[in-house]
Design a protein around this ligand. Structure first.
Ligand code: SMG
Ligand code: MG
Length: 375
């Protein structure tokens, strides 16, 4: 491919109200802020979504740290540079340690741009093999079990065949028991977002009785060793999320036996290049992966569908319909659930979704435009 030169990069900080509060072991969210990154070259515009949140709760990055690192460091490393393949972007920004979500947003925008320039879908560029991907829904903590059951009922009625429940100490086994009694055959899994320690091993041994697909990130967000100890005690596979911050972490986790499944989030690991490296490593070792979610707009969701169309994403992803979170998305078309609990992977050039300029303007809080010198 003839190299592309990035002529202009824009940052758009947007804030979108959630249709229903989303509560996890680390807090309750009612609004989703995020940064959209757009990169322009030769008349084309590529888009990436930064999944850092309002505060350093799920991860240490926030929208404001990501804005700072993008504006003051990352943009300058990429602007005006000739790029022949999106896999070159990690090398261009290699001096930056951490800040995976900021790096991912920029790299992923370039993936979209390159796919458009080649006239292929992002899924094709990533090596995708599936036209539609199985998806599930992540259900937050609710004030009562009745309220939780009502939420689950709505999603099952909508057609979701896999449900993930958020758990935390004091709201765990009883939630799973209630949902399992009502839905004996539902594909069910739980996510603790690091709320427990090895002292809670008995809780997980109890959960072993409920035919869960997996138990996600039960222990410390940075741990691999204690997870290996816990995994040896359990029949249910442990799936790591927060602990896997790079392909190296994935290799260490598998070597230690810290998990039997990995949740890949493109923001958490620093972009599609690292996400595919983890995919390939897990595929070689027979370890299934699935695509996590970060309450994305349709920009992030379209990227997640493309990623999840690759071969080893064999478990349903947290890629529900955007309407589950937002009354109006900033990018269209809305990606909708098929009757078999899949979502069709966009097959047009690049991401296959387009920003709605009016909606973007309505939800935008901060905007930055940087042009390459001489462009
Ligand atoms: O996009 O549906 C979604 C959210 C899925 O539960 C979800 N994500 O730890 O896996 C996770 C959480 C993190 C959300 S923090 C904003
Ligand atoms: Mg998780």
């Amino acid at each position: 491919m003839k190299p592309l030169t990035i002529e202009q990069i824009e940052l758009h900080l947007i804030e979108m109200p959630l249709v229903h509060p989303f509560e996890t072991s680390f807090g309750r969210e009612t609004v989703r802020p995020c940064i959209l990154v757009s990169v322009a070259s030769d008349g084309l515009i590529g888009w990436g979504e930064c999944v850092a949140g309002s505060g350093p709760w799920y991860a240490s990055e926030t929208v404001q740290t990501a804005w700072h690192v993008l504006r003051d460091y990352l943009i300058g490393m990429v602007l005006g540079q000739p790029i022949s393949a999106p896999q070159e972007v990690p090398e261009l920004v290699a001096r930056v340690r951490g800040h995976a979500m900021a790096r991912a947003a920029l790299e992923n925008a370039i993936w979209d741009l390159v796919a458009q320039a080649q006239g292929v879908s992002l899924a094709t560029l990533l090596g995708g093999t599936r036209a539609a991907v199985p998806v599930g829904v992540s259900v937050g903590l609710e004030p009562t079990i009745a309220a939780l059951l009502a939420q689950v009922e709505g999603f099952v009625a909508r057609g979701y065949q896999r449900v993930k429940l958020k758990i935390k100490p004091g709201q765990d086994v009883q939630l799973v028991r209630a949902v399992r009694e009502r839905y004996p055959d539902l594909l069910l899994q739980v996510d603790a977002n690091s709320a427990y320690t090895l002292a809670d091993t008995a809780v997980f041994k109890e959960l072993d009785a409920y035919q869960l697909l997996l138990i996600e990130q039960p222990l410390h967000h940075d741990d691999l060793v204690d997870h290996a100890t816990l995994q040896h005690e359990l029949h249910t596979p442990i799936c790591l999320d927060e602990s896997i911050q790079s392909p190296e972490h994935a290799r260490w986790a598998l070597q230690l036996g810290a998990c039997r499944v990995i949740n890949i989030k493109v923001g958490r690991v620093g972009g599609f290049t690292a996400a595919m490296a983890i995919h390939d490593l897990c595929a070689a070792q027979g370890v299934p992966v699935w695509c996590g979610g970060m309450l994305e707009t349709n920009i992030g969701r379209a990227g997640n569908l493309a990623l999840a169309s690759t071969a080893n994403f064999t478990l349903p992803g947290d890629i529900s319909e955007s309407v589950r979170y937002f009354a109006e998305d900033v990018a269209l078309p809305n990606l909708t659930l098929n009757s078999d609990s899949t979502i069709t992977v966009p097959d047009e050039g690049g991401l296959g979704v387009t920003l709605d300029a009016e909606r973007l303007a309505a939800v935008r809080q901060q905007h930055l435009v940087v042009r390459a010198s001489g462009a």
